[in-house]
Design a protein around this ligand. Sequence first.
Ligand SMILES: NC(=O)c1ccc[n+]([C@@H]2O[C@H](COP(=O)([O-])OP(=O)(O)OC[C@H]3O[C@@H](n4cnc5c(N)ncnc54)[C@H](O)[C@@H]3O)[C@@H](O)[C@H]2O)c1
Length: 436
Amino acid sequence: MNIEAEFAKLSAVKPLKTNLSRELTVAVMGAGSRGNEYPAYGKLFPGTLRVVAVSDVNAYRRDRMGDAWDIPAERRFGDYHEMLEAGRNGKLADILLIALPDNLHFEPAMEAMRQGYDILLEKPMAQTEAECRALLARQHETGVMVAVGHVLRYSPYFRALKQALDLGLVGELVNIQHQEPVLYAHMAHSFVRGNWHDSKVTTPMIVAKCCHDLDILKWMVGKRCEAVSAEGGVYLFRSDKAPADAPLRCTDGCPHEKDCPYSALEIYDRKRWFMYVFDVPKDCSSEVLREQLEKTDYGRCVYRCDNDQPDHIVAALRFEGGVTCSFTMDAFTPWGGRRTRIMGTLGYIEGDGKTFTLHRFDTGKAYPWAFVPPEGDNYRESGHAGGDLALIRDFLEAVDTRDFTKLSSSLDASVESHLMGFAVERSRLNGTKESI
Ligand SMILES: NC(=O)c1ccc[n+]([C@@H]2O[C@H](COP(=O)([O-])OP(=O)(O)OC[C@H]3O[C@@H](n4cnc5c(N)ncnc54)[C@H](O)[C@@H]3O)[C@@H](O)[C@H]2O)c1
């Protein structure tokens, strides 16, 4: 094998811009963070995608999207049931984007498939195995196209890693070590204080956050996952770890506030991180922000929340043919961005979520890979290392041409990694080894 020539193939990155035969219309359920992420494609590339209906119980977000896309009042819905009801007389758009909270994916997706929508369904697709299987059965029955928001599959970095494996650049794949470093403040924000703090209301951490990782591992290995076992739990964010004199909220004059890295005042007011949840300008005054911290869960002491999501998970995965992966999810890191080490019979790859290096045993050489966006392209404007907008590009192409193969994260392809996640959670909670 000519390693240099094969490795050079990895740098060919598909441009974000696409040409469709017509503009596709989109109805958005949930005009929050993710509900705005994908439609941004239509603003970057006019004539590709247009939002024509929106549903959100939050009037500010509903009208923000309604105004941005000139949506008439009768197409601005509150609760998503109103939008489903309106669709009974004929669908409102070509595509339905479901970007509602985790516990509101299954029901609208089932009904929307019946109404004939092609759907972009945010991950996790559903909250239980039975629901995942029911979604798949409905999709096969109706023949609509359903993409799951497994955005990492579309990022140039993971595409190049996958291609390197498919080209045999490490020989035969034997083992992968993969880490999802969540970042200490992101853990506190989303999984201790925020929307995903309760696994029973949403989904367990391994599904809610790490279904991306299990999906990427399954995709890279390209074989069926046969068995999993796992450990982990809530180490820090629990009431018995709280300083005795810490009040319920960081805004209640906590004596530890200045030294606590998880302080809400530090994370939101002084650092201005994760401001998108508050519906106030990022540069608002400290007084305005303080009001938000006093009335929402984001001001709560991290030791006194009703959280049950583990802050560390260690999982062992066995795939067909004896290929293995070890996966860790770690809250306590100073950065996010996945770290991956890939061991093959002829080579080794080490990557940090942005760049990677292949080390070949035969040539003794190292081959570095870094993403170079195509000239004049907009990849840098996309979240998840380019994955968000690349997913919507491929989905639009698939819908436009009715070619399902353009879609990497179809419902079929995504169900298995969800099943892996539920199995890892059973193993972690029950101390069992679970077959899939
Ligand atoms: N693919 C990814 O990488 C990724 C990243 C983050 C989140 N997500 C997933 O995307 C989904 C949305 O997450 P988000 O961060 O955008 O959350 P968000 O809270 O920002 O947005 C959800 C929106 O749904 C609205 N809503 C709630 N109940 C409703 C109802 N009954 N009817 C209509 N609207 C309702 C809320 O007001 C909110 O604006 C979640 O399932 C989440 O797990 C995916």
